[in-house]
Design a binder for this molecule. Structure first.
Ligand code: ZN
Length: 362
């Protein structure tokens, strides 16, 4: 089943709604219909998500101008996600791409403020007007004030100087003008972590939601730092350099028990399956151990994975690691000119990282 549905295309970028997002919207309108929240609130929440799309599109628009390929934007209940190819490690470009999203929110907030000035609605507003409350209906000035508040919060929240927020990227770009990219990431991640600790302390005294956000920020900073460290260590290493070249293969008519024997003897956890010299699938110890003992005469052709994700010998090892992690698999067959030339596993890449770890970096 499709998990998201395309609604429109802007600057050539498809914008999709995830099924969980559609369910959330349905839920919001059902409780509005039942009178639990007002229709005005439901409408405002809808607009909030439109704002999120504008935010993501702003990142994507600038990214595209710098030649970064943008796959699509998917709207989830927690916000928007842009599927972008790796952002160039150029501080000026990264800074502009990262800042574009929050800037769009601040511009919308500013436009609302101008709107309020024009209709002369500022005088009737109190501080509460800027926070969304469950009012049954609203006039234009309350609406503008609400929308101003939402965008201001969204813009400022995303500018918090911590990964995975845009502000973390802005901060890294700022550091990267003065030092190497990996050092800049380290510095930005450490600011983010200190910031998270400060938020925990504030959270204890003021609001527990801050603690949840702090955890999210702390983990985000840690993840970003690890990713950048791994990618800088793997720089220049290709699949060909680290793959296993003499690949043992099995054929589809090999029985499960024969395959199991081979695995125990040769101590490999996964085998490509070749049918008359052509790669037909891959079978792993996991696949095989699921087969009950009394069915071990089944040919592996029946149980192997046929939908294969492949690697190319010239491909950067970091690329392969991303594929392996994203698809949660152990190994990829390496194909060159249609022939199986090797196999590369997560363990192969991890081993390289371990070896490099014993040498000091930079
Ligand atoms: Zn953003």
């Amino acid at each position: 089943m499709k998990s998201s549905f395309k609604i429109f295309r802007a600057f050539g970028i498809p914008v999709e709604l995830h099924i969980s997002f559609l369910l959330l919207m349905l839920f919001i309108y059902v409780i509005a219909f039942l009178g639990i929240i007002s229709v005005y609130i439901a409408f405002l929440i809808t607009l909030l998500f439109v704002t999120v799309v504008v935010h993501e599109l702003s990142h994507s628009y600038i990214a595209k101008r710098y030649g970064v390929k943008v796959g699509k934007i998917v709207l989830l209940p927690i916000g928007g996600v842009s599927a972008m190819e790796e952002i160039p490690k150029d501080p000026d470009k990264e800074l502009k791409i990262a800042a574009a999203g929050p800037l769009a929110n601040l511009l919308i907030a500013f436009a609302c403020f101008i709107g309020l000035l024009i209709i002369g609605g500022v005088g009737s507003l109190t501080l509460e007007s800027f926070f969304i409350s469950n009012t049954p209906s609203a006039d234009l000035s309350l609406f503008l004030a609400n929308f101003l508040g939402v965008n201001l919060v969204l813009g400022l929240f995303n500018l918090l100087p911590a990964f995975p927020m845009d502000g973390g990227r802005v901060l890294r770009a700022f550091f990267a003008k003065r030092m190497s990219y990996s050092k800049a990431t380290k510095a930005a991640a450490s600011v983010g972590k200190q910031f998270a600790i400060l938020m925990v302390i504030l959270g204890i005294f003021f609001n527990f939601i801050l603690i949840l956000i702090a955890i999210f920020i702390y983990l985000g900073a840690d993840q970003e730092y690890k990713n950048v460290m791994i990618s800088s260590k793997l720089e220049g290493i290709k699949v060909r350099d680290i793959m296993t070249k003499d690949v043992n293969t099995l054929t589809p008519d090999t029985s499960v028990s024969e395959a199991l024997n081979t695995m125990f003897k040769q101590r490999h956890m996964g085998y490509p399956v070749e049918d008359h010299g052509e790669l037909a699938g891959i079978v792993t110890f996991d696949d095989i151990s699921k087969i009950p003992e009394n069915q071990r005469d089944t040919p592996i052709g029946n149980i192997m994975t046929k939908k294969l994700i492949l690697a190319n010998p010239e491909e950067p090892a970091m690329n392969t690691l991303e594929k392996i992690t994203k698809n949660n698999i152990g190994r990829l067959p390496v194909i060159e000119n249609g022939n199986l030339v090797g196999i590369i596993s997560k363990t192969d890449i991890m081993r390289v990282l371990e070896v490099l770890d014993t040498k000091p970096l930079e």
